[in-house]
Design a protein around this ligand. Structure first.
Ligand code: 6CS
Ligand code: FE
Length: 298
């Protein structure tokens, strides 16, 4: 596996730092399917919301959850909540469900990913997050890129996550919080990655989580935005955008299906932690471009 210089060092001891972003946010100058103002919004804020765009997918996707739970019983792909035996996440559903696979080949999503990343894309990770009523626990502030860089060897910031709301995401069921604009700097975190960190980090992440002092700095001139919406809403967020979510204190699940698209020109290298890469169900190293399906046929 090739290795290039580490432009985004993290977890290299006790120090934390805010480092400059060295990569573009919008890689293409095309103005379709997103128009200029949507590209500018994404460049400045690091996310986009398309209310109700994928409403047709909600029922089929929700129907898959029970089947995936049964089929993957006892497998590593099923991750439980940190303090109960409730299901938190199903990993790699595109490998086990044709419905989920087709959803994340849908042209309405793939065309946006290709445009923003300025190339063909491959699907690096997919998951369904359940956030069960009353028991769904918080995710701490983090940048996904930090983990993917350190643990998976993703060299540059040229990836994004697309996710679909499968239930209403409202203010009380643990919606995603983002810090608009935070993707324009990189938080280099303290710590040292241990072997098989993923075995605990997916239930509760402790590495790659900026300290309260660092979050004070980041939030000084920024606000937090809660992303809420109806089922079928599509959200795209940039790989280095700081995000978190609170506990689900309501009686409603907050479930989403998500997929990470990485540019085929940003193939993973040896992880910058120096450890072996995480298993393929968390981070695929097969960079074959995704074959899109036209929206009407998907
Ligand atoms: O591990 C991952 O790939 C993703 N999951 C978590 C909980 N944190 C980092 C990244 O978003
Ligand atoms: Fe994340």
């Amino acid at each position: 596996m090739a290795t290039s210089a580490d432009l985004y060092p993290s977890r290299q001891g006790d120090s934390e730092a805010l480092l400059p972003r060295l990569d573009p946010v919008v890689y293409s100058t095309a103005n379709t399917p997103l128009g200029e103002s949507q590209c500018a919004f994404y460049r400045d804020n690091g996310y986009l919301i398309f209310p109700g765009l994928l409403a047709d997918m909600v029922a089929p996707l929700r129907n898959e959850i029970g089947k995936l739970k049964r089929d993957l019983r006892g497998c590593e792909e099923l991750v439980l909540e940190p303090d109960s035996n409730e299901l938190r996440t199903v990993f790699n559903p595109i490998a086990y469900s044709t419905v989920v696979d087709r959803c994340f080949r849908d042209e309405r999503i793939v065309a946006v990913a290709r445009q923003l990343l300025g190339s063909e894309v491959y699907r690096m990770q997919s998951r369904i997050n359940i956030k069960p009523p009353l028991k769904g626990r918080a995710f701490s502030w983090h940048s996904d890129f930090e983990t993917w860089h350190v643990e998976d060897g993703m060299p540059r910031m040229r990836a994004l996550t697309a996710w679909v709301m499968l239930t209403e995401n409202h203010s009380h069921n643990g919606p995603l919080y983002v810090i608009p604009g935070s993707h324009r700097q990189y938080v280099s975190c303290a710590g040292q990655t241990g072997t098989d960190n993923y075995k605990t980090s997916l239930r509760q992440q402790t590495l790659g989580v900026p300290s309260p002092q660092m979050m004070q700095r980041v939030l000084k001139n920024r606000r937090i935005k809660a992303i809420t919406g109806e089922p079928g809403t599509l959200v795209i967020h940039e790989c280095n955008l700081l995000h978190a979510s609170p506990d689900n204190l309501s009686a409603d699940a907050r479930s989403i299906a998500m997929c990470v698209y990485n540019s085929v020109e940003n193939a993973p290298q040896a992880p910058f932690s120096g450890l072996p890469p995480r298993p393929a169900f968390l981070s695929s190293r097969d960079t074959t471009a995704v074959r899109a399906i036209a929206a009407e046929a998907a």
